[in-house]
Design a protein around this ligand. Structure first.
Ligand SMILES: O=c1ccn([C@H]2C[C@H](O)[C@@H](COP(=O)(O)OP(=O)(O)OP(=O)(O)O)O2)c(=O)[nH]1
Ligand SMILES: [Mg+2]
Length: 144
């Protein structure tokens, strides 16, 4: 996949941390450390510009360690990177903990999953097929 890296020579390209990882960890590419206070949200640059193949998307998801330890998560999770997007990939972080959290340049702040997707076309109809579930949801199958 094509990638253009801007002002990012000091950081490696996003990597899979283990042989079967689904996510590529994204590093902050920032001039100065960024501090997030309680419920504060900020866009964090990654310095990465990519060209996804047609029919693919990238999803930006939180790292569970940051979420569990510091309440730091991706506000719009999963963020969507469209295949025709040519801007910088940014991560929208929010701090849900009362403790301020400071992000340093190069820190792995989120992970990116590249996935295939479909585009649909609509076919208007008056009736949908019957199913066992029907309109059941929101706990309709019980608790245990
Ligand atoms: O976490 C994210 C989410 C989106 N984007 C970029 C890539 C994506 O293709 C574009 C648009 O994202 P989205 O469709 O989620 O935002 P929108 O609010 O609907 O904006 P637009 O009207 O530009 O589609 O912004 C990011 O860099 N990071
Ligand atoms: Mg959009």
């Amino acid at each position: 996949m094509k990638v253009k890296v801007i002002n990012n020579s000091k950081h490696s390209l996003p990597e899979y941390q283990t042989p079967q990882s689904a996510g590529l960890d994204l590093r902050a590419n920032i001039e100065e450390p960024i501090t997030l206070g309680y419920l504060e949200r900020k866009l964090i640059g990654t310095g990465l510009y990519i060209e996804l193949p047609e029919g693919f998307e990238a999803q930006i998801r939180p790292r569970s360690g940051l979420a569990f330890k510091y309440g730091l998560t991706v506000l719009n999770s999963p963020g969507t990177i469209d295949a025709d997007y040519r801007g910088e990939i940014k991560v929208l972080l929010v701090n849900l903990s009362k403790e301020p959290f400071t992000i340093e340049d190069g820190e792995r702040v989120a992970q990116m999953i590249v996935a295939k997707h479909e585009q649909i076309s609509w076919e208007s109809t008056e009736s949908l097929s019957d199913t066992e579930r029907g309109a059941g949801g929101y706990g309709s199958t019980g608790k245990l």
